[in-house]
Every structure is written in C-alpha cells, then in structure tokens.
Design a protein around this ligand. Structure first.
Ligand code: FAQ
Length: 312
C-alpha cells in the first residue's frame, strides 16, 4: 500500500492528475468528496435566489436569459455530483446530508434577492467570484473535478457578463434604478468576499489541500484577485464600493480593503443566516416530492437490465 501512495505522491509532484481508479490516501478522497459535494450543493441551492425572480423578470428577454442561467447551474450541480460519485460518494447520501445540515453549501446563497438588481448582482458579483475560484480549480489535482471545472467556467463567464450587462442597464437608467443597483452592491459586496472562505490563518483545510494541489491558491489570494478584478468594474458602472477603507496601493497595484465581518460569516455557515432555513426547506420539499421520480427511474433501470440480460 505504501508503494501505491508513493505513486500518488509522485503524480502530485509531477502534475499528473489523479484519476478515479488510482490509489489515493483516504483523507485525500474524503477531502475531495467534502469539497466537490459542497460545491455541487452550492450550485443546486444557488438556483433558489435567482429562481425566485423567473416569474418577475422585467422583460421576456431577461426572463429567457435567467431561465437558461438557472438551468446551467442545475447542470453544474449534476457534473459535480457525478465527479463526487467517481470517488465512491453516494448521491442520495449527499442529498440527505445537505438536508440534515451535515454538509455545507456556499454562504452566499443564504441572502435574499429583494429586488431585480439583486439578480443582476448575483450574476455579476457571485458568478464573478465563483469564476476566480473555479479557474484555479481547472488545474486541481483530481482529474474528474478539473475537467468538470473547464466547462463550468465557460458557462460562468457568460453568466458574469450577462449580470454585468443587467447591472449596467440599471446603473445607466433612472435615478431610482441606479439607486436600486447601488443597494444591491451594498448588500452583496461583503457576502461575495466571504465566498472565498475564512482568512488563511483561520482556514483549517487549506494547508493540506494546497499540499495535495486540490487548492492552487489560498482563500486570501483568491479574494484579493476578485477585489482587484471587480473594483474597476464597480467604478466603471458609476457605483460605489461599500467599504470606507478601500484604497489602491500604488506600490503593489492591489486594492487594500476593510475587515470582513467574520462573525456574520460564521453565523451564516452555522445555519443562522437570513435565509438558511428557507433554502433547506425548499430542498427538502423538492427531495420529498421527487421521490416517485427516483423510484420510477430505478424500476425502469432494473427492467432495462433484465431485458439486456435476456438478449445476452
Ligand atoms: N460558505 O478550511 P476552509 C457558485 C467552510 S459556486 C460555506 O477554508 P476549504 C456558482 C468550509 O467548507 C460557489 N462554507 O475550507 C453559482 C469548511 O467547512 P467543513 C461554491 C464555507 O474547503 C453562482 C470551513 O468553512 N464554490 O457560486 C465557505 O479548504 C450563481 C473552513 O474553511 C465552491 O464551493 C463558504 N463561503 O475552502 C451558482 C468552490 N468557505 O467542510 C448559482 C469549491 C469556507 O470543514 C448562482 N470550494 N467554508 O465543515 C472551495 O474552493 C473551497 O471549499 C472553499 C473553502 C474555498 C469554499
């Protein structure tokens, strides 16, 4: 067994992806199932805040685009659940753990979408933050996860641009629309920064995940990249970043920003955010209502298998 792990270590060192059938340490497998499973849950729960606006989108075009975006997120969830299954995870078990609060999903989806501008802000800021994190994951050491990320990133960058365009329409609209855009930035800016996780010194999983090359950059490095990318976009929209401490450091070329409210972050990931209860209840209901479909699919698959055996 030791030799097999030596091969694993060599592959990691030589930038050769680990594949489903390769030997891997149990802790590596568990870390991946945790991260990929939570990532999949984020995509699925992430459909809820935007889905809330499909019937209320301001135009038919906006409705069609939003519908397609929300469907894309469902697809991302399914690729990720499939990637977790290659590691031996069971999809039903992951779903039940989500509903029972034993598996997490991204903190960002526990905030409400109060206005149409919040939907634009999610497309622009939340998908924007997701891309920064996920571009790095295209080079993650586990092959099926890395490959799923390539396609997901292409779709997320389209989402980010449509969010920016929707935001631009509001920012260039009436004074009321511009104010609605600013309110959405005020409410979503800090939660978007929290998506990158705790600061490096308070991130228990980072050191090992970086050593295994699951994570290529630390939480703080990615957060900084997002701030540097996004502040110029806020300014281009004629809006303000809700951070009095934000300033460009001329020497480093990076934006320095204020302290994140870690108490709020910890409350949200502990299940005490504004919409945690509502999100989990929506997933529970969908899971229970979908039981007959899952049962029918199993019966159908068994029948197909019997027929295939008869032919063989
Ligand atoms: N929310 O030691 P670390 C999207 C947890 S996709 C909730 O730093 P790690 C697309 C963490 O799990 C968004 N929990 O952990 C979309 C751990 O708890 P555990 C999702 C968080 O794993 C757009 C504990 O805190 N993206 O949005 C959060 O090394 C629009 C300690 O943290 C991904 O999941 C958080 N923000 O680093 C969909 C990307 N941060 O498990 C619809 C993949 C940390 O020990 C609409 N994931 N925690 O109990 C990752 O890159 C990593 O898992 C991090 C966290 C960076 C999120």
């Amino acid at each position: 067994m030791e030799n097999n792990y030596q091969k694993f270590e060599q592959n990691i060192a030589n930038e050769i992806t680990i594949e489903a059938k390769d030997q891997m340490p149990d802790a590596y497998r568990k870390t991946l199932i945790r991260q990929i499973g939570q990532h999949g849950h984020s995509e699925i729960v992430g459909m809820l805040p935007e889905g809330n606006w499909i019937t209320r989108a301001p135009t038919l075009k906006r409705k069609a685009v939003l519908l397609a975006k929300v469907q894309d997120e469902a697809g991302h969830g399914l690729y990720l659940y499939s990637a977790a299954e290659t590691l031996g995870a069971d999809r039903d078990d992951m779903m039940e753990k989500l509903i029972d609060g034993k598996m997490k999903y991204s903190s960002i989806f526990n905030y409400p979408t109060l206005t149409w501008a919040d939907v634009a802000a999610i497309g622009w800021l939340v998908d924007g933050a997701a891309i920064v994190n996920q571009v790095a994951l295209c080079r993650t050491s586990y092959g099926p996860y890395a490959r799923a990320m390539v396609r997901i990133c292409k779709e997320e960058s389209f989402h980010q641009r449509q969010g920016f365009e929707a935001m631009m329409a509001l920012a260039n609209g009436t004074p009321e629309q511009k104010q609605m855009a600013q309110d959405a930035v005020n409410r979503y800016w800090w939660p978007a920064l929290m998506m990158f996780g705790p600061s490096d010194e308070h991130s228990p999983n980072s050191a090992q995940s970086m050593a295994w090359k699951i994570k290529r950059f630390s939480n703080d490095e990615l957060r900084q990249k997002f701030v540097d990318n996004t502040v110029p976009q806020v300014l281009q929209l004629g809006l303000e970043v809700p951070d009095p401490d934000l300033k460009l450091n001329e020497e480093t070329g990076h934006y320095e920003f204020g302290e994140i409210d870690w108490h709020e972050f910890n409350e949200v990931i502990a299940g005490r955010g504004p919409c945690n209860h509502e999100r989990i209840e929506a997933r529970r209901k969908a899971w229970e209502n979908g039981k007959w479909v899952r049962d029918a699919a199993v019966v159908y698959a068994k029948k197909q298998q019997l027929e295939a055996n008869k032919v063989a």
